[in-house]
Design a protein around this ligand. Structure first.
Ligand code: NCD
Length: 383
């Protein structure tokens, strides 16, 4: 995925072809670094991961810690003296969403509010200087001048690296957090999905099997979560999608190299749920990436039906990053079943992102400490 086409028109590199070419040359030099060097560039001097751009940068220690802080934050939030609210009162964040978003935007915004951060948003680029032809590099440098962190969503696959490069080559680098980069990665969704899976499976993820269904090719949530799951031992993943939406070879190779047993299923969901011991992860067809409106209807063979819920092996759950369309039988909306994790998964996003900000700004210890020392903490509701 590193062979980006920088002339795809998704980034404004500058006002003239010469200026654009100059910046592209500098960016290419940055991209020439090894994956280890890029990962190092995402960490601060103490080795703390502060730029959250790829699931490939996570390890189990990091994820475990975020999950612990997520649980603690959920629990102490109800305390009468609102300890979370004081933690990041001196920090500000810009939510810079150049692509549609409901859940990711709102859960980030709520997480920031829970921690007392000052937050601003930029969603309609027609109101920004981008409309006057300002380059994206200059825009990002402007944002980093006013804020202490930047959350972005962008349709460009390499906007994550572009943002990192811009920060590294400016005099005011702030943490950048991807809320989704094109069809490539959605690392913070992987964190909340991981948290949901971990809690649902009572922390026993090794040896479990998972199915990703729908659009495995262009679903960024699929790629990021599959990479995170691959950190565990003895994982089996089924990619259940028609040929044209099957997982890309690069991701498959990455997973296989990590020791995951990968199976591609192109004929439908039938027979899959009974083999799943971890989670079935449904996704919608990402038809915003269609070139000629080729997707007409969702192939019914890939719909998750009501009987399939009962076929899942205990304690497996049904998940979906949302928004959903026709890939889940509407009857499931009216079933009261603990296996339907979709809506809890969504709410978990707010808490996981709260933990993530706490980690980035180094107040995660305070959350854990408050949780440990406080006796009045109300018992958490089970997921
Ligand atoms: C996903 C996304 O934007 O990639 N949604 C989300 O962030 N919760 C999935 C999607 O749009 O289908």
């Amino acid at each position: 995925m590193n062979n980006y086409n920088l002339d795809d028109g998704l980034i404004n590199w500058g006002p003239t072809p010469e200026i654009a070419e100059y910046h592209q040359g500098m960016f290419r030099g940055f991209l020439a670094q090894s994956p280890e060097q890029i990962k190092k560039a995402c960490c601060d001097e103490e080795g703390r991961l502060v730029h959250i751009l790829s699931a490939e940068h996570f390890d189990l220690t990091f994820l475990e810690r975020i999950c612990e802080v997520t649980n603690a934050a959920r629990r102490i939030n109800k305390l009468p003296d609102a300890p979370l609210k004081r933690l990041l009162r001196n920090k500000s964040v810009l939510n810079y969403f150049a692509q549609p978003s409901s859940r990711t935007f709102l859960s980030f915004s709520n997480a920031e509010s829970l921690l007392g951060m000052r937050r601003e948003e930029l969603r309609d680029l027609s109101t920004s200087s981008a409309a006057k032809g300002e380059s994206d590099r200059d825009s990002l440098r402007t944002h980093s001048s006013y804020h202490d962190a930047l959350v972005f969503r962008n349709k460009c696959n390499y906007f994550d690296m572009f943002a990192l490069w811009t920060m590294q080559t400016s005099n005011r680098s702030i943490p950048v957090i991807s809320g989704g980069a094109g069809s490539k990665e959605h690392p913070t969704q992987a964190i909340l999905d991981y948290y949901t899976i971990r809690e649902s499976l009572d922390r026993q993820i090794d040896g479990k099997s998972f199915a990703f269904v729908g659009d495995c090719l262009r679903g960024r949530t699929v790629r990021s979560l599959a990479k995170v799951l691959s950190l565990h031992q003895d994982i089996e993943i089924y990619f259940v999608a028609p040929d044209k939406y099957q997982i890309d070879q690069e991701t498959e190779a990455y997973l296989t190299q990590q020791g995951v047993r990968v199976t591609r299923t192109t004929t439908g969901l039938e027979g899959i749920p009974e083999m799943i011991t971890g989670a079935v992860y449904m996704t919608r067809i990402q038809d915003e990436h269609d070139k000629d409106g080729e997707q007409k209807r969702y192939d019914p063979r890939f719909i998750f039906t009501e009987p399939m819920l009962d076929q899942l092996q205990d304690p497996a759950v049904l998940m979906h990053p949302l928004p959903k369309r026709e890939e889940i039988d509407p009857r499931i909306d009216y079933r009261d079943d603990r296996k339907i994790m979709i809506w809890r998964q969504m709410r978990n996003g707010m808490w996981a992102r709260t933990a993530l900000f706490a980690h980035i700004f180094g107040v995660d210890d305070k959350i854990l400490e408050t949780y440990r020392t406080c006796e009045k903490v109300t018992a958490p509701k089970p997921l």
